[in-house]
Design a protein. Structure first.
Length: 172
């Protein structure tokens, strides 16, 4: 599988744009690989390092996997993607099913970390978690807290700061 290295600054706008509809975040612990859809996140620089910051609710299986193995890949579908993959990864938990095989996704050997990339979502950031911070919903304005942390979904998000250690496009 061929990979073309990309500059993080050159792909930041594309990633921020794609986040509006949802991109994928993949984690791995032991031999378990799992992918979820994320709509929140951002690329930036912290502590003089390029980072991708993801917001993962404590209830997600993904948070268990990242806490066990603090690495993740960000997988951006630049050429469209199947509704099935989106529905599975955005609505079903990896606790209950193997989303990768059910969605027919192809894992690609990573360059630096242990979490694989995904061929079908070729723009890839490999991230190593250098900081994690639990959100404190009590500090939010009432309207945001009530909308996002009400009775239906009270779990707060953990912000994972992933240092971007490799960035590339997977090419056939
Ligand atoms: C468009 C979209 C965006 C989402 N964004 C996030 C997000 O940023 N953070 C989050 O915790 N969950 C988000 N979700 C929900 C998770 O993808 C969903 O709960 C998933 O099933 C979690 O999988 P897991 O339990 O295997 O980790 C989003 C779902 C959709 C459809």
């Amino acid at each position: 599988m061929k990979k073309r290295t990309v500059e993080v600054t050159e792909v930041a706008n594309v990633i921020n744009e794609k986040l509006k509809k949802g991109i994928f975040l993949t984690s791995k612990s032991g031999d378990k690989v799992n992918s979820m859809v994320i709509g929140w996140g951002h690329i930036g620089r912290v502590w003089e390092r390029p980072v991708f910051i993801a917001y993962v609710r404590t209830s997600r299986y993904t948070s268990e996997l990242i806490d066990s193995n603090p690495e993740f890949t960000v997988n951006v579908p630049v050429n469209g993607f199947s509704r099935q993959a989106f529905a599975l990864c955005g609505m079903r938990s990896g606790r209950d099913i193997d989303k990768i095989s059910t969605a027919g996704l192809s894992l690609v050997e990573p360059e630096v970390i242990s979490v694989p990339a995904i061929k079908e979502f070729p723009l890839t950031l490999e991230c190593r978690v250098i900081y994690r911070q639990m959100q404190d919903a009590s500090l939010l304005p009432d309207d945001i807290r009530n909308k996002f942390y009400g009775e239906a979904c009270p779990e707060e998000h953990i912000c994972y700061y992933g240092e971007i250690v490799a960035a590339y496009m997977i090419e056939e």
